[in-house]
Design a protein around this ligand. Structure first.
Ligand code: HMG
Ligand code: MG
Length: 314
């Protein structure tokens, strides 16, 4: 399912040699599906993603099952994929209860998820922004004491459906707070996909100026306005080497109605291969995985690369 010799690898200046893809399809993608995907299909999806060469695969969330019913099978799913060789399987935990559940199953990487805005903190976590940070503090401390790797998401870094444009200083404050409580890495979420490349560069520079180095930053772009790849390219030029993406472009957020799919992993890999940047991913296998998942979901993948390469086969 690839085109021999394409894309041609033509490196460009000032870009990293390698990018780590943080695959979120099984979590960000499936949390937003109307129908609930059977647990065994999810497990097979994760296994196929691993076979395609992805080494960081966000598996599920230990959130309240009523808040995200699509991921209510976290207890059943995690043990089915936990043994995958050489693969990190981060999971989302919103609070102590979530961390208890993740630890009970042997998870080694967890992510807390904050918001740069009050409105989304309330909609997504039922807490004010500062209340949610206060909830995360003991969660992160306990996770670090247990030797876990902790990611801190920050949603609505560029714009918010209720509050409009989000000032950079507001995002920087939340990022600093998450670093101060001990998060190892941060992921900058463009939850509703409104960022543009200049804005991305402005935020990354502001974070550096306030003592948050680029090597702890990942970017998490949703593709609502078709800007996700352009934004990613800007972030790479700034030195970011961790990029979140979702196989087949699945995704969204049930608590932000204007959020659509994430940057598709295949579209990202196509661009990175063209730039001669190593990801360790086998594009053909990945496309086959997303085509398989699209069949299970009963609709075509929104990824341009999946569609182009799937048609080539017929
Ligand atoms: P709440 O209703 O305020 O919960 O929800 P509570 O603390 O008042 O507790 C109420 C009951 O829920 C209690 O049970 C708790 O034990 C239970 P009771 O005593 O009444 O029997 N409970 C739990 N049960 C299971 N697992 C738990 C848990 N916590 C409490 N973890 C809560 C607060 C945080 C739980 C809720 O708001 C929630 O689950 N929110 C999750 C929302 C979510 O998952 N959103 C999507 C992920 S974020 C995202 O997609 C953005 C991202 O992709 C980046 C980007 O794009 O920007 C990451
Ligand atoms: Mg997201």
């Amino acid at each position: 399912m690839t085109v021999e010799g394409l894309p041609m690898a033509v490196p460009a200046a000032n870009l990293p040699a390698r990018v780590r893809i943080h695959e979120v399809g099984a979590r960000d993608g499936l949390q937003n599906e109307k129908s609930t995907v059977p647990t065994e299909v999810k497990a097979e999806f994760v296994r196929r993603l691993a076979q395609a060469g992805l080494t960081t695969i966000e598996a599920t969330s230990f959130v309240h099952p009523k808040w995200v019913p699509q991921l209510a099978d976290a207890e059943q799913l995690f043990p089915l994929v936990a043994g995958l060789e050489g693969v990190h399987l981060p999971v989302l935990v919103p609070n102590d209860r979530g961390l208890d559940r993740a630890l009970a199953l042997g998870a080694r990487r967890v992510a807390v998820f904050a918001s740069a805005t009050e409105s989304f903190a309330k909609a997504n976590l039922n807490r004010t922004l500062d209340e949610s940070l206060a909830v995360f503090e003991p969660v992160v401390r306990r996770a670090k004491d247990e030797g876990l790797h902790v990611r801190g998401y920050v949603s609505m870094c560029f714009g918010d459906p209720w509050e409009g444009p989000v000032p950079v200083h507001q995002v920087v404050r939340v990022c600093r707070a998450l670093r101060d409580i001990g998060c190892d890495e941060l992921s900058l979420g463009d939850t509703i996909g409104v960022a543009t490349p200049g804005h991305v560069l402005e935020l990354l520079s502001a974070l550096n100026e306030e003592g948050v180095p680029t090597n702890v930053l990942g970017v998490h772009f949703h593709d609502t306005y078709g800007q996700a790849l352009a934004n990613t390219y800007a972030a790479l030029q700034h030195g970011v080497t961790t990029v979140d993406a979702s196989a087949g472009g699945l995704g969204g957020c049930p608590y932000a109605k204007s959020a659509t799919g994430n940057l598709a992993t295949e579209d990202l890999v196509w661009m990175l291969q063209g730039l001669g940047i190593d990801t360790g991913v086998d594009l053909g296998r990945l496309v086959a995985t997303s085509a398989w998942m699209a069949e299970r979901l009963g609709r075509p993948s929104p990824s341009r690369t999946v569609r182009a390469l799937s048609h080539k086969e017929q």
